[in-house]
Design a protein around this ligand. Structure first.
Ligand code: ADP
Ligand code: ZN
Length: 639
């Protein structure tokens, strides 16, 4: 199917001239079903339609695709989109075709017949977009095809998705991406758009240089997700912290991320044993199990998925209410990407990170251990360590989390967000001289041979066998800190490590040792101010729902009441039937946010139905009547 024959709006628009703003907006509505551009999208579309080149940095889910898909419809000729993963390509092409756009892909996964037909449409100038794998694109024979088609029909633009793959500094280097820069020289007049969600300046500059985009304007934005509350808490008894969080968030679904498969399994088991609906998900599970869990989570039959980073792609569930990091993520990029799975529907959601300094130390040690002598590996380790340090700095920070996060992604914000743990409950500092002296002197009394947890046990006067058999109940610091909690002392010990009063020997069981700096403090010649330890798990629900969390959050009701919930479930069932009939994933038909909006706004006419976000002309034609029937049925007065 070609958009040219199918969509009158598209035919008229395919003139070589610059696209007027209203034309772009019409297409956004008619083809994609969106009433408004997101910030920057419109500027990028105009810029590219005018023949410009662009470097686009936006988070995953930020809406990068529109930035090249819309210009592809507005400009004459076919757009060539380079994408590294066949599954991503397929998803995008399916979604475009579902919207009535003439899109196809060409890669090694196609049957010979499919490949021939894609190429035939391309040569006939029938396609708006052709998705191509980089290794295919840069072959001599394909470049010749490009040349031929460019001469006959013109090329609308080149778009490189996941452009960080071109850089060795990125986390996902692909050698076949490197040659993409040659396209700039071969087709200098074709607009070129590179998109990525990877932020650090080194990667960014490298990508731009390699693709010949150093002079191209850089569009950065859309990283804020104001409805997600960001919190970091000291990790002291993680399982208990997790269960009390889940108990306080009854009936909500969410994801718990941890770093290893074993741990995912273990925590899921513990949660199930404690009566929570939970399952583990990781790459070591058979594909069948992974599909089953993914499905059960999407359809609310499992409330909590305890997962490794493997759980992520294709989660199009709008009502994920929380994402908890049980372990420290390795980079801010992955942290951001993972918390971004919460609150896609714009309603209040939580991102909770359990942070332990010991985890940071272990993560550092693991990175160093992976080092061998090659120079490339050396550079790699350096990058990984810097990224980890940035993550630790974020977790350890005492400024507004959102400002810190957006700052990392190059978005400068000059006000605090009011929706993070630091803003809601700024850390309190106190004169900790006496507490610090107690910790340091306890470390000294124990012969500098024990870790923070043991030191804390001695301070509170714990009655453990180890302490008794080692005779530590007789040291002078035993029990002198009993009026405060064990966690309080562990936290103080960590702060003292952080400030350089204690050294933690990672190679030797994280044993604490005094440094030179500790002497004046111990002798009472110096005073010290520290943050008062906080060990709460999270804020109460009441506090959360009463706060304003930005415009997006108020667009939809927080709860669906009875009849709406029933309608939603009927709409979901219809969506499933449509998806099965056409052999596409359910979210290609309509995503959750679209169904939710239908259930809430209950459009009963074609015109009203078209105003729903995600409903364009093609989907209206294809599904409108069936969905309207379900809505009318639920809305008709009952006998
Ligand atoms: P990215 O490629 O940046 O990861 P996508 O382009 O896939 O993100 O867009 C993410 C989601 O946002 C998709 O579900 C898309 O339909 C939706 N979206 C994009 N632009 C808009 C818009 N202007 N209005 C409403 N939804 C949008
Ligand atoms: Zn804040």
């Amino acid at each position: 199917m070609s958009a040219k024959n199918d969509l009158p709006g598209t035919v008229q628009s395919r003139t070589p001239s610059n696209a007027g703003p209203s034309l772009a907006r019409d297409l956004l509505r008619d083809v994609f079903g969106f009433t408004q551009f997101r910030p920057l999208q419109e500027a990028i579309v105009q810029h590219v339609c005018g023949g410009g080149e662009a470097f686009v940095l936006m988070p995953t889910g930020g809406g990068k695709s529109i930035c090249y898909q819309l210009p592809s419809l507005l400009r004459p000729g076919t757009a060539i989109v380079v994408s590294p993963l066949i599954s991503l390509m397929k998803d995008q092409v399916d979604a475009l075709v579902a919207n009535g756009v003439a899109a196809a892909m060409y890669n090694s996964s196609l049957a010979p017949g499919q490949a021939r037909s894609a190429l035939a449409s391309f040569h006939a100038g029938e396609l708006d977009l052709l998705y191509v794998a980089p290794e295919t694109l840069m072959t001599k024979s394909f470049l010749e095809r490009l040349d031929a088609v460019a001469n006959r029909h013109g090329l609308a633009l080149f778009a490189v998705d996941e452009a960080h793959c071109v850089s060795q500094w990125g986390h996902d280097f692909r050698p076949e991406y490197v040659r993409l820069g040659e396209l700039r020289r071969a087709f200098p007049r074709v607009p070129f758009v590179a998109c990525t969600a990877t932020a650090d300046p080194q990667t960014r500059d490298d990508v731009r240089a390699k693709l010949g985009l150093s002079a191209a304007p850089c569009f950065v934005g859309g990283f804020d997700r104001p409805n997600i509350r960001l919190s970091v808490v000291e990790k002291h008894n993680p399982l208990r912290q997790l269960t009390s969080f889940l108990a306080a968030h009854q009936d909500e679904t969410g994801i718990v991320y941890c770093l290893s498969r074993e741990r995912a399994e273990k925590i899921a088991g513990q949660l199930s044993a404690a009566g929570f609906s939970a399952a583990a998900y990781h790459a070591g599970l058979p594909a069948e199990d992974r599909h089953r869990i993914h499905d059960a989570f999407t359809t609310d039959r499992i409330r909590v998925v305890v997962a490794t980073v493997a759980f992520g792609m294709g989660i199009d569930k709008g009502d994920v209410r929380f994402v908890i990091h049980y372990d420290l993520p390795k980079t801010i990029e992955s942290y951001y990407q993972e918390i971004g799975r919460a609150g896609r529907d714009g309603r209040p959601s939580e991102a909770l990170l359990l942070f332990a300094r010991a985890d940071a130390a272990v993560a550092r040690a693991l990175i160093r251990r992976s080092e061998n002598n090659s120079q490339r590996e050396h550079a790699r380790v350096g990058i990984d360590l810097r990224k980890l340090n940035a993550m630790i700095g974020f977790a350890d920070g005492t400024t507004c989390r959102r400002r810190a996060l957006l700052g990392y992604f190059g978005e400068d914000v000059d006000t605090d967000c009011g929706n993070c743990d630091v803003c809601l409950d700024p850390p309190e500092t106190y004169d900790a001289t006496i507490d610090a002296q107690m910790v340091l002197s306890c470390v000294h009394r124990l012969g500098q041979r024990f870790g923070a947890a043991y030191v804390a046990d001695v301070l509170v006067g714990a009655k453990s066998d180890q302490i008794r058999t080692r005779g530590h109940s007789a040291v002078s610091t035993y029990g002198i800190g009993a009026q405060k909690s064990r966690e309080h002392w562990i936290n103080l010990a960590r702060q003292l490590v952080h400030r350089g009063y204690l050294r933690q020997d990672i190679a030797r069981y994280s044993v604490l040792q005094l440094t030179e700096r500790a002497r004046p403090l111990l002798r009472g010649e110096e005073r010290i101010t520290l943050a008062r330890p906080r060990t709460r798990v999270s804020l109460s629900r009441g506090e959360r729902s009463s706060r304003s969390v930005g415009r997006a959050a108020t667009a939809l009701p927080t709860e669906l009441n009875g009849p709406n919930a029933a309608l939603l479930s009927n709409l979901r069932a219809l969506r499933r039937r449509c998806a099965e009939e056409q052999g596409v994933p359910a979210y290609i038909v309509f995503n959750d946010a679209t169904l939710l909006e239908m259930a809430t706004l209950r459009p009963t006419t074609h015109t009203a139905f078209l105003t729903i976000t995600g409903v364009g002309a093609t989907k209206m034609r294809r599904y409108g009547d069936a969905f309207l029937a379900v809505i009318r049925d639920a809305t008709a007065p009952h006998r």
